[in-house]
Design a binder for this molecule. Structure first.
Ligand code: SAM
Ligand code: SF4
Length: 275
């Protein structure tokens, strides 16, 4: 058994490796931690690189993959890439849920037979409050896309990112996601982290390594402590949570992260529910 496999088995190291597929996006959310928008520098990781890294992750003993961005579904090769990644390790891909044309939905159909989830952002149960943060017409597109994925057998999760949410609003949101075909177990609510554009709007909570699960995160610029690490502020990449500039071979950042988590004192777990 590899050192990574042992650490994952003992829950010292999370099993998931994240890929930042890109940084550009069709939206400009007010709290976006990567300052993504249509003009953002793309910083694409690349299809072949993600596949090679996924194979290496499996060999090292990691147990799951995550794909995020920017908006990953702006990449033309994404649907088929997700199927290929899911054939290596279970995968979750984060999406804003706004670019699911009929053709793209059909290309996602093979995911129904694979260990794959698409995690779609939906922050509020009503259009006005949701779209105030995520942009015009966002709510309508998302509630249109989710059932069309579900009816094709694709497993969907919903991620809600907020500064806070009251009991009644949370209940309305949960009734909505159940109606869209997403069970309670596949709905996460987590706080806005004060990084990226959230800093400029004074939104969210401060979070450091103790608050963020140590999920190895690979970008075109290097390997980071968590998917909340390779954020962008004022157009510049944050490097406070950079582990190594080297990403290939994956065993280099994996070993560096392992050393860091093994050196942590016990009892420092966060209660912020950032995931
Ligand atoms: C950066 S986005 C990338 C994927 C896709 N574009 C989306 O919005 O789902 C990944 C997730 O991070 C959330 N997110 C963005 N900025 C955040 C912040 N400052 N703190 C916490 N989560 C944030 C988004 O709402 C989304 O659920
Ligand atoms: S949160 Fe997602 S959808 Fe919104 S701007 Fe950032 S990358 Fe785009």
């Amino acid at each position: 058994m590899t050192a990574v496999a042992e650490a994952v088995r003992d829950e010292v190291l999370p099993g998931r490796v994240w890929f930042y597929a890109n940084y550009h996006c069709n939206l400009t959310c007010t709290y976006c931690l990567t300052e993504s928008d249509p003009r953002a520098e793309r910083r694409e990781l690349g299809e072949q690189r993600m596949l090679a890294l996924a194979h290496e992750a499996a060999e090292l003993g990691f147990t799951a993959l995550g794909v995020t961005g920017g908006e990953p579904f702006l990449l033309p090769y994404l649907p088929e890439l997700l199927a290929r990644l899911a054939a290596i390790l279970p995968v979750v891909c984060l999406s804003n849920g706004t670019v699911f044309t009929e053709r793209r939905l059909e290309r996602l159909r093979p995911l129904a037979e694979l260990p794959a989830h698409i995690q779609i952002s939906l922050d509020r149960p009503e259009p006005d409050s949701n779209d105030a943060m995520r942009g015009p017409d966002n709510f309508r597109k998302v509630v249109d896309a989710i059932p069309r994925l579900v009816e094709r057998g694709v497993r969907v999760r919903i991620a809600t990112t907020v500064t806070s949410i009251g009991d009644q609003e949370r209940e309305r949101l949960c009734r909505l996601h159940r109606r869209l075909g997403v069970p309670d177990a596949d709905h996460v609510i987590r706080p806005i982290v004060r990084r990226g554009r959230a800093v400029d709007h004074g939104l969210g909570v401060d979070a450091g390594p103790a608050d963020l699960p140590a999920e190895l995160t690979i970008t075109t610029d290097g390997a980071f402590w968590s998917p909340f690490g390779p954020t962008v502020h004022g157009g510049r990449l944050d490097t406070d949570l950079l582990i190594t500039r080297t990403t290939t071979p994956l065993r280099v950042p994996a070993a560096a992260l392992l050393r860091l988590v093994q050196g942590r004192p016990p009892g420092t777990d966060s209660q912020l529910n950032i995931r």
